[in-house]
Design a protein around this ligand. Structure first.
Ligand SMILES: [Zn+2]
Length: 378
């Protein structure tokens, strides 16, 4: 069994240890030490990183009480271990934050934590039933009050008798050698991970997102520097939005909603105006028994469709409505007398075109010049 130094102190950054085993692994060397401060991947929390001697430690896992370190080079004898403590402390803050919030939710609503993930970028936990926005806000409020109260976080191994007498949160039915994490009256939970020594070190706890998940809810949180990063990101984005809308940050959402309403109204007006323009242009199509080729500059495909609908009664043969320039024309071809399903293949072949449609209308593009198109339909 590897001696777990992180249980003596979660704040141990450096240690010396003896290399007991060094074997070649898939991506480096698997190092077993007599003792270690590296916390392995366990209980939803990612492994510590750092160095052992000159080697970089990229992964740490535990198997049958033995902790394995995946190192970049082989090692032997006595080595100095250094863990990336900034990353570790960040995990301690966020893991403790999760305990506080889950403890509060458990006390308020009797809900269980049924899932936990603490990675480098994200902290999530799952609860057995969904909570309302107001309930989440209340839990967040109380969790932060527990931070302000700077309550001691005690990690200990109770004996069997004491364990049996305690009511603690746990994802599994546990027996023997159970490590408990007590946060005053806020929470008592079985957990193997390193935590901060008092809640004040958590900094602050913010619920970022929630999502319905397996009949319950998944909750994203951020504490410590992660909460600060999230605050900065939000502030910068909100700052840009409020500056663009020329309103204070506190009024940005309302101003944005107004702006979107105005935009929607303008979009509808623009659509109607474009349709009217297309229909106006269609009036200039002269009545003919033959074909008509019309270049309608400045119209999009939707307006082109309105143009065709309005102009088609004047055309006895095939109406070709184009938009674009030589070499790149978009077309809508329509006819009340010719079956286009047969014609369109031939038309496309002759005019470097692609596209198709129904018997009375087709849509596509021509990679040729206007002169050739006119000549073909002339
Ligand atoms: Zn935990």
């Amino acid at each position: 069994m590897t001696e777990k130094l992180y249980y003596k102190s979660a704040y141990l950054k450096e240690f010396t240890a003896q290399v007991l085993e060094c074997t070649e692994a898939d991506a480096g060397f698997d190092i077993v030490l007599d003792k270690t401060a590296f916390f392995p991947e366990e209980g939803g929390q990612g492994a510590d990183t750092g160095t052992l001697g000159e080697a970089t430690v990229t992964h740490v896992f535990e198997k049958d009480g033995i902790i394995h370190h995946l190192a970049s080079i082989p090692l032997s004898g006595e080595v100095l271990g250094k863990i990336d403590f900034a990353a570790r402390f960040d995990k301690m803050q966020n893991h403790t934050a999760e305990h506080i919030l889950c403890g509060v939710i458990h006390k308020l609503h009797g809900l269980d934590n049924v899932g936990f993930h603490l990675g480098a970028d994200e902290v999530t936990f799952d609860i057995s039933e969904p909570l309302t926005k107001e309930e989440l806000r209340e839990a967040e409020e109380l969790a932060n009050r527990a931070v302000f109260d700077n309550i001691a976080v005690e990690c200990y191994f109770p004996d069997e008798a004491e364990l049996a007498s305690l009511d603690y949160r746990s994802k599994l039915e546990l027996k023997g050698n159970v490590r408990l994490v007590r946060i005053g009256e806020v929470d008592l939970c079985a957990c193997c991970a390193p935590h901060v020594k008092s809640t004040g070190e958590v900094g602050s706890i913010k619920i970022l997102e929630v999502m319905r998940h397996r009949g319950g809810m998944r909750i994203w949180i951020a504490a410590g520097a992660r909460a600060l990063r999230d605050y900065r990101m939000n502030k910068e984005n909100l700052g840009e939005i409020s500056a663009a809308l020329s309103v204070p940050k506190s009024e940005a959402a309302e101003a944005h909603a107004r702006y979107m309403q105005e935009t929607d109204k303008l979009r509808l007006e623009l659509k109607a105006a474009r349709r009217a323009l297309a229909e106006e242009k269609a009036k200039s199509v002269r009545s003919t028994d033959g074909n008509a080729v019309c270049l309608t500059e400045g119209l999009g495909m939707e307006e082109l469709r309105h143009f065709v609908n309005a102009a088609l009664p004047a055309v006895g043969g095939i109406l070709v409505a184009l938009t674009g320039t030589d070499g790149d024309y978009k077309y809508i071809i329509a006819s009340n007398s010719v079956d286009l399903t047969k014609e369109i293949k031939q038309i496309n072949q002759a005019l470097s075109g692609r596209g198709g449609g129904k018997p009375n209308a087709a849509q596509g593009s021509f990679a040729t010049d206007l002169e050739s198109i006119r000549r073909y339909f002339g």
